[in-house]
Design a protein around this ligand. Structure first.
Ligand code: ZN
Length: 397
């Protein structure tokens, strides 16, 4: 009973306090507004009238008169950068960074923003210069992160490795997937410069860094193959099954070529036939079809595709089936000038299906949804690593 009465007394008191607090805030706001220099309203007016350059001038004037308005400048700079107006963002942040009266933390903040503006504007040297001035203090980790992004754009992989390692300790975050990919990039550079020994060293480092990395064995196989060691190449490529079998379709054509070099195409076909029974069938259809056609001819290729249609009916298998049928009737026609009407029909169906399926399958980034015909280790849309599953998804349009 006592408790309830207390509440009845307390309620008006709470309302009263709330009302007072609201009035106090309003008064404070009004007094603050009165203290703002005229240039502030002038700047705001320019901004609203889509005259951003005049607005910047007016706001710089505000900053000169009232050094407390740095937040306003940061907001303005961020706004310009977000709208892609990097030159204006640079002007705002540069003005902040060079102000002698600015306290150290805010100057560092300005340098950090400036580094990002330069990066966005493609002025990579200047971005690096700004960010490298922040290697200690509260912006160290964030600056290092942007620097890492910059090194990736510049393809400075050794610097990227160093930055990622530092970030790993600064942030306690795992960068091993990225570091292994940077090693693979360096290996690929070495291969282009015809330095296979260097490439092998980098690929070993990649595997040490991230034992699950699939790109390293793919490239190691390429090194062996280029050196004429098809057997060695096969052991690298087929070994991917132990790491992650879903990546096997990426090396299917390579495996077929290596078996062909060893004159063991039957082995290649046996390998492909086995995989066609599993869930990688759709990805391997193309390679399987071409290999079967080459080794055993169009009748066998058509039979294989018919089996595949029965197992897993897809538009792609249907297309391949008609490709085989058309190849078969074209082969039967031989030298004859007039193709039989039936053969013409088959060819027409093949063409129609090919046109429909040509752009059907795409790799899709699981982070940003970017769709690509080729497989990428780094997404061209969001620049993240290993975000593409090695599996094409069918989508119309
Ligand atoms: Zn992406």
């Amino acid at each position: 009973m006592m408790f309830e009465t207390w509440w009845l007394l307390a309620l008006p008191l709470v309302f009263g306090l709330g009302w007072m607090a609201a009035r106090f805030d309003l008064r404070q706001l009004l007094s603050e507004q009165g203290a703002l220099p005229r240039s502030y309203f002038k700047g705001l007016n320019f901004l609203l009238n889509e005259q951003p350059d005049q607005a910047i001038d007016a706001f710089i004037e505000v900053a000169r008169l009232d050094p407390e308005t740095t937040e306003l400048h940061f907001a303005l700079g961020a706004l310009f950068r977000r709208r892609g107006e990097t030159e204006r963002a640079i002007r705002v942040h540069q003005n902040l960074a060079t102000r002698p009266d600015l306290p150290e933390p805010e100057r560092e903040h300005a340098l950090f923003e400036l580094g990002q503006d330069f990066l966005r504007a493609g002025l990579l040297d200047r971005a690096e210069e700004s960010l490298r001035r922040l290697m200690s203090g509260p912006y160290a980790a964030s600056a290092k992160r942007v620097l890492l992004e910059l090194y990736e754009v510049e393809k400075e992989w050794q610097k990227a490795i160093d930055a990622a390692r530092e970030l790993q300790t600064l942030e306690q975050k795992d960068y091993r997937v990225q570091i292994a990919q940077f090693c693979c990039e360096l290996a690929q550079d070495a291969l282009q410069r015809k330095r296979p020994e260097d490439a092998v060293e980098w690929l070993k480092k990649a595997t040490q860094e991230n034992p699950a990395n699939v790109r390293a064995p793919i490239l190691l196989g390429d090194v062996s193959m280029a050196a004429g060691d098809a057997r060695g190449a096969l052991s690298h490529w087929l070994g991917i099954e132990q790491l992650d079998a879903s990546y096997l379709p990426l090396v299917a054509d390579r495996v077929v070529k290596a078996y062909a070099a060893l004159d063991e195409q039957g082995q290649a076909l046996a390998w492909l036939h086995e995989l066609l029974q599993g869930n990688l069938a759709a990805e391997l259809l193309d390679t399987a079809y071409r290999t079967e056609l080459e080794v055993n001819g169009p009748v066998a290729a058509a039979t294989l595709m018919r089996e595949q249609l029965r197992r897993q009916p897809t538009l792609l298998a249907l297309t391949k089936y008609f490709e085989a049928q058309a190849a078969q009737s074209e082969g039967d026609a031989g030298e004859a000038t007039d193709a039989a009407p039936e053969a013409q029909e088959t060819a027409a169906i093949r063409d129609l299906l090919q046109a429909r399926t040509r752009n059907l399958a795409r790799y899709t980034c699981r982070e940003c949804g970017f769709r690509a015909r080729l497989f990428y280790w780094q997404c061209p849309g969001c620049n993240r690593w290993e975000t593409y599953a090695p599996r094409r998804t069918e989508a119309l349009g």
